[in-house]
Write a new protein. Structure first.
Length: 319
């Protein structure tokens, strides 16, 4: 067994028992908001299997909570599709207009009636999410969303200029282009907790969270490698390792796997430190850490079974 497989298989897989109801809900939700109207988009959405994704990454959520996070995952991925596969990912002006509307909704302003479907769907998500959270969490979430928006602008600017990022740039920005911090924020929503800022911003928790985010984003780069290479995308750890290190694809893949495995070991090393640093919040931190573990293992398991990253015969992408 490879070191990569060894460290990930040590994370126990879990599945939320409310999978079926969440899957039915999200299908109705995206259709109701006009997010999957074209045949190709509907087919891609179906094979992505967001119900299974949410059930693997938020196994402790109750039925209503799982419906909410499943909708969030679908929204994030449908937005990502517009950025990666559509013209929006190469049109800075259009992107700026869309992101301005997105951030306005998160600031509490209702979406305009003629706003794009993706913005009106976000309005619904935020109305269902924000009332059950505290001010600290909302500021944290919107701050992470802002960082995501800035990172997406950076990525689009690179595409327009055919600029290849440096290693330091990519590793920092990748956590935000993957929108993984907002996904981790949703752990608090489904668990009904809210970490105080001194705990959340403290060095031990930051080390654990950053490591978990890197693991998810880098394993995503590994599983989406063929799809992104077929699309001509180069914002991918493996493809950039080829460029940075001057190595062939198989060697770059092994380097990527080794890095992801090492970051998972970093996460495990930080776990005990986090719990020891804040014994008064042990229950809340234990729930959050468990959520991060579920995200790392669940994302990888879902990626292996989902049709999202399959490359169709002839070099195109499925869906």
């Amino acid at each position: 067994m490879s070191a990569f497989a060894d460290v990930f298989l040590a994370l126990p897989p879990q599945r939320n028992p409310h999978l079926d109801s969440a899957a039915a809900h999200v299908e109705a939700w995206v259709r109701g908001h006009g997010l999957v109207e074209r045949d190709g988009v509907r087919a891609r959405f179906a094979e992505t299997d967001f119900g299974a994704f949410a059930a693997a990454t938020y196994p402790a959520a109750d039925a209503r909570g799982l419906e909410l996070v499943t909708d969030w995952l679908a929204w994030l991925f449908l937005l990502d599709d517009q950025l990666d596969d559509g013209s929006l990912g190469r049109a800075p002006d259009q992107l700026a207009t869309l992101l301005t509307a997105v951030m306005a909704v998160l600031a509490g302003r209702a979406a305009e009636p003629d706003a794009p479907a993706i913005v009106r769907a976000l309005d619904d998500l935020w109305r269902r999410t924000a009332p059950g959270t505290g001010e600290v969490w909302r500021q944290r979430f919107t701050g992470h969303a802002t960082q995501c928006a800035l990172a997406v602008v950076w990525e689009v600017d690179n595409r327009v200029r055919s600029a290849v990022p440096t290693e330091a740039e990519y590793l920092e920005r990748r956590r935000h282009t993957g929108a993984i911090y907002p996904c981790m924020d949703l752990i608090e929503v489904v668990e009904g907790i809210e970490l105080p800022e001194p705990v959340y911003r403290g060095a031990p928790f930051t080390r654990a969270l950053d490591a978990a985010c890197d693991v998810v984003c880098w394993t995503n780069d590994l599983v989406s490698l063929e799809k992104e290479a077929a699309l001509g995308e180069y914002h991918n750890l493996v493809l950039l390792l080829e460029h940075w290190r001057g190595v062939q694809r198989p060697a770059a893949v092994e380097l990527g796997r080794a890095r992801a495995a090492e970051r998972l070991r970093d996460f495990h090393a930080a776990e005990a430190e986090v719990l020891a640093a804040h014994p008064e919040y042990r229950a809340e931190l234990a729930a959050y850490l468990a959520g991060m573990r579920s995200w790392m293992r669940g994302h990888l398991d879902w990626s292996a079974s989902s049709g999202r990253y399959r490359v169709a015969a002839g070099g195109g992408t499925a869906g």
